[in-house]
Design a binder for this molecule. Sequence first.
Ligand SMILES: [Zn+2]
Ligand SMILES: [Zn+2]
Length: 370
Amino acid sequence: MQQDLRLPGTMKAWVLDAPGELRLTQKPLPQPGAAEVLVRIGATAVCATDVEIIGHGEPAMIQGGLPFNRNFTPGHEYMGTVVGLGAGVDEFALGERVAVEIHAGCGRCERCREGMYTACLNYGMNYGGHDKGHRANGFTTDGGFAEYAVNHVNTLVRVPSGVSDEAATLIVTAGTAMYGLDVLGGLVAGQAIAVIGPGPIGLMSVGVAKALGACPVILIGTSRDARRLELGRRLGADEVVTAGEEDAVAAVERITRGRGVHYAMECSGAPNALNDAARMVSRGGRICLAAFPHEPVLVDVARLVRNNIYVFGIRGEGRSATRRAAALMAQQRFPAQLIHTHTFALEQVPEAIRYARERIEDAIKVVVKM
Ligand SMILES: [Zn+2]
Ligand SMILES: [Zn+2]
């Protein structure tokens, strides 16, 4: 391995003990294998999915089970500097700043071969006699609430110069939005889109959709989302709707003069959001689900079928969408950094997670800076 010679033998890392219980400890420095690099982490953003994993376990899976008491380090939205190169790596050089995609699929299953590595059929198969090489850092392998992490070269994206460490953690969030627009059809120029839910993925969906020429871009939130809706405008929303003040479906109808939108991007996880989205899109419209409610919900299937409405679920950031999102950020097509609201030190990870979970001080994206 080629590496920065000043590397220590151990590192600080948070591990998940019982549900909700994180502990700061020392771990051996991980070693990159073939096609992998060692990243010195510069910043790690807290995602709603981290909150989910730390509290409830899923969708993380370590050695075939829930991630508790397995010396597992969560955190998946991070960036840093390449400080070690595994065998055969010439795609990246020591010292380069990189952001990461979460999923390195196994590369050998049917879905990976189709570019759908976030839906790898060997999810979590990376241990003992079950090692198919799958990695999803912060989900099935160690993640970014630590000083260092190992990444497959396929999961690295160069950070555009001029993008700060904190903003670079948002590249993968924008990549998820880009992947959602991919599955909707990709060519959104001149077409109408409704984005439901102004959380980080919703706000990045606004920025990416606008950069790709969608018109109008309609962002829908609730009265508690006033600040987020205002940010949505600055990220490119042509119209913002406060559900509760106005019926969201009626608002979309008004804005589109009764035609409905071509696409709906559901990022709220609200129980009735799919039914609302089905009433916002025109016949033949497409809906992407990027969030989900905790309980099963009633869905008006007849409306979907009678109107030939397509519904897609996405997991993460497939088909190299993250690289394309990084290209948009390099061109400064939308001010992603606006959604970064709070910064904490590595020693303060539990506090950072509490800010994100409870939306303290109207937190949107909370970042841990090393
Ligand atoms: Zn995430
Ligand atoms: Zn696979």
